[in-house]
Design a binder for this molecule. Structure first.
Ligand SMILES: *Cc1c(COP(=O)(O)O)cnc(C)c1O
Length: 457
């Protein structure tokens, strides 16, 4: 059956193909693309991550050829599969840049270039990326050298880790450009979204550049992430930890709500989920939202030890709100967020649970887990671990639980050192080589549109 997509903000519900949705990134009405229905996947036990990814993408990307998907998936993950199950941790950080963003972004260049081809688009794709740290490096590493693309990454010049910054500013490639901005991630993401909404600005580049996004607003980011929820489940069954059909909890360190939304889509596709536990740092807008239905961004953004989750204006709740409330609810909510800085909706289901962790609790968790198990958590995963502890205490729930481990601790040596001292001594190659590389991008800019004009001249 053909799968089509609609924008969360389109009252007329016009349909878009998968390839068009990936090519466009954001819908022209400012909404996000969502699938018209949730397909069901029935048999995924004992499959490899790649096999499961293929099963899922086949159902969603129906205007891609099967051979094309297969080749893309095996080339993307073949040597660098980002996903491994390690005890109760679903480790997602074994890819090229050591964070979970690699799961989607190792595949994304193949999906995007195929999408451009299918739509006979002769323009160069100008990929605008706002990053809270990890998306930028993953987009850069995976898109460098890809023909017919130009990549522009905007990161908050204060508020990401040194290692994250080095990963970006040392990136080679004629088609990549990296800029610090004065401001935080929300400022970067808002400025980039404004460019997508500014038709007259884009018309300056008509015929030459097509603006698109590699942030988790792009469907091509979201879909591959569904696969590891199924893979994690299958591994638990294969190892005899659960029986097929038993519900499982997933704890998800959350910022832009992209990772946990993929878990929600997995649940909507039939994965036996008990709870999706949303874990936030002290920027706990989403924690409040899930608990109360009130989304209130009227607060200061804190710089924390889990910088990739330092976000107040999160993109992907919009897809969840669409699923439970439809177009009108989305439009009202985001109108109110823009004018009043908040909105409120009814969340009629209890598939989500939520809690948050302070920096102090995060560091304590890294220390406690290291001392009891010798496992080194990165600060984001530690937020998840800490929240899971609180959840267990509060509910007594004994359901088998997977904690999504979203980054390698080697990306955050300062925080790890502070928590448990110098225990990290075997960094993955991609991080080890960074200190020897020259810094190629040092610019901090004021005006995103001016910068885009200068780069794409
Ligand atoms: C991006 C990121 C997150 C947050 O994921 P979202 O999809 O934005 O919710 C958590 N941890 C790490 C390490 C990340 O890079």
């Amino acid at each position: 059956m053909q799968m089509e997509y609609i924008s969360t903000r389109d009252i007329r519900q016009s349909k878009t193909s998968a390839s068009e949705a990936i090519m466009n990134g954001l819908s022209s009405d400012g909404g996000l693309y969502v699938p018209c229905y949730f397909p069901v996947i029935d048999n995924f036990m004992g499959m490899s991550f790649e096999q499961i990814a293929l099963c899922i993408l086949r159902l969603y990307l129906t205007d891609f050829q099967d051979d094309e998907l297969k080749a893309s998936i095996y080339t993307a993950y073949g040597k660098n599969c980002p996903v491994r199950v390690n005890g109760s941790y679903l480790e997602l950080f074994h890819g090229r840049t050591s964070a979970f963003k690699d799961v989607a972004l190792q595949l994304f260049p193949y999906l995007l270039t195929a999408a451009l081809r299918k739509n006979n688009n002769q323009q160069t794709a100008a990929i605008l990326t706002a990053t809270s740290g990890d998306t930028g490096s993953a987009v850069l590493a995976n898109m460098a050298g890809v023909a017919n693309t130009r990549v522009l990454v905007f990161y908050p010049s204060t508020g990401i880790s040194n290692m994250q910054k080095l990963q970006m500013t040392t990136q080679e490639g004629d088609n990549v450009h990296v800029f610090g901005i004065k401001g935080n991630f929300d400022d970067a993401q808002t400025a980039v979204k404004e460019v997508f909404a500014d038709k007259s600005f884009q018309s300056e580049f008509a015929g030459r550049y097509l603006f698109t996004s590699a942030n988790s607003i792009n469907l091509g980011r979201l879909l591959p992430q569904i696969a590891y929820y199924f893979y994690g489940y299958s591994e638990l069954v294969c190892k005899g930890e659960i029986k097929e059909g038993d519900p499982v909890n997933y704890v998800v360190p959350t910022g832009n709500f992209g990772n946990i939304l993929a878990g929600y889509y997995a649940y909507r596709m039939g994965l036996p989920v008990n709870k999706l536990i949303c874990a936030t740092n002290s920027n706990n807008v989403l924690n409040d939202f899930i608990k109360t239905g009130i989304y209130d961004r009227k607060r200061e953004l804190n710089v924390t030890v889990s910088p990739s989750m330092d976000i107040l204006i999160s993109s992907n709740p919009e897809r969840f709100i669409y699923d439970i409330g439809g177009t009108h609810t989305v439009i009202e909510a985001y109108k109110s967020l823009k004018s009043k800085g908040e909105f409120s909706i009814d969340i009629p289901m209890d598939i989500f649970d939520s809690d948050c962790a302070t920096d102090l609790e995060t560091i304590e968790t890294i220390r406690n887990i290291y001392h009891s198990t010798r496992y080194v958590l990165d600060p984001h995963t530690a937020v998840g671990q800490c929240v899971y502890g609180k959840y267990q205490k509060r509910t007594g729930d004994e359901t088998h639980t997977m904690i999504l481990a979203t980054a390698s601790p080697y990306k955050f040596p300062e925080t790890i050192g502070h928590a448990i001292g110098n225990v990290l001594n075997d960094p993955p190659c991609n991080l080890k080589s960074l200190y020897e590389k020259p810094v190629l991008h040092g610019q901090v800019i004021e005006n995103i549109k001016e910068t885009i004009r200068n780069v794409l001249i």
